[in-house]
Unconditional design. Structure first.
Length: 212
């Protein structure tokens, strides 16, 4: 599945991109606190409901304290899934529990330098594992090919278990590498600039879907 991602600093930018990407049934919102990553996203999140868009949202919380951030988003409509980072400062099990109690699917993300063995104890409790294929916080960051070994390692472990969460990647995914990345054992592809900055975002979205 291709999931367009919006990484912006202002609500004006968000509104522009959200409307431009409204053809997608699911859109990822990158949420930044200026601490976990250098950039900070807009704070007027209540305005999202006023857009009356019909798509669902996936939140990617690039924040130090996802539990506190989660509370801000409980009133936003059409949120399907909330993804938090293993590297954040909140307790992992408590964060998973808070997201479930809020009524959302749970995703756990890891940065390129984090080995997948760190999240093995939590695999049975999440719906999705997101591998960052860039160092997070800004669109246009370079692809980190070494993440392949992490994805393959996790898939090998999962092949020995009955429970299998979705595997997703996020960062520098585009037409010339998406088929290779799919062979790692990936289900979902979060795509930023390759769609949002394309001359025809809907056509770019369709082309990426055809490639997988």
């Amino acid at each position: 599945m291709i999931i367009p991602a919006i990484l912006v600093k202002t609500f004006t930018e968000f509104e522009e991109q959200a409307k431009k990407l409204s053809f997608s049934p699911l859109i990822q919102i990158d949420v930044m606190d200026g601490k976990f990553v250098p950039n900070k996203s807009f704070e007027e999140i209540e305005k999202i409901n006023d857009l009356n868009l019909k798509n669902e949202w996936e939140l990617h919380l690039m924040v130090e304290h996802p539990i506190a951030e989660l509370k801000k988003w409980k009133q936003i409509k059409n949120i399907l899934r909330v993804i938090f980072h293993f590297e954040s400062k909140d307790d992992v099990a408590e964060t998973i529990d808070a997201i479930k109690k809020a009524g959302f699917d749970v995703g756990i993300a890891i940065n390129p330098e984090t080995g997948p063995e760190k999240i093995f104890p939590f695999i049975k409790d999440v719906d999705l594992v997101l591998f960052l294929t860039v160092h997070p916080g800004q669109q246009g960051a370079p692809f980190v090919p070494a993440v392949e070994k992490h994805v393959r390692k996790l898939n090998k472990i999962l092949s020995e278990r009955n429970y299998r969460p979705q595997i997703a990647v996020d960062g520098a995914i585009k037409k010339d590498n998406i088929q290779k990345v799919k062979k790692w054992g990936v289900h979902n592809f979060c795509v930023g600039s390759a769609i949002s900055q394309a001359s025809d975002p809907k056509e770019a979205f369709s082309q990426l879907n055809e490639l997988i």
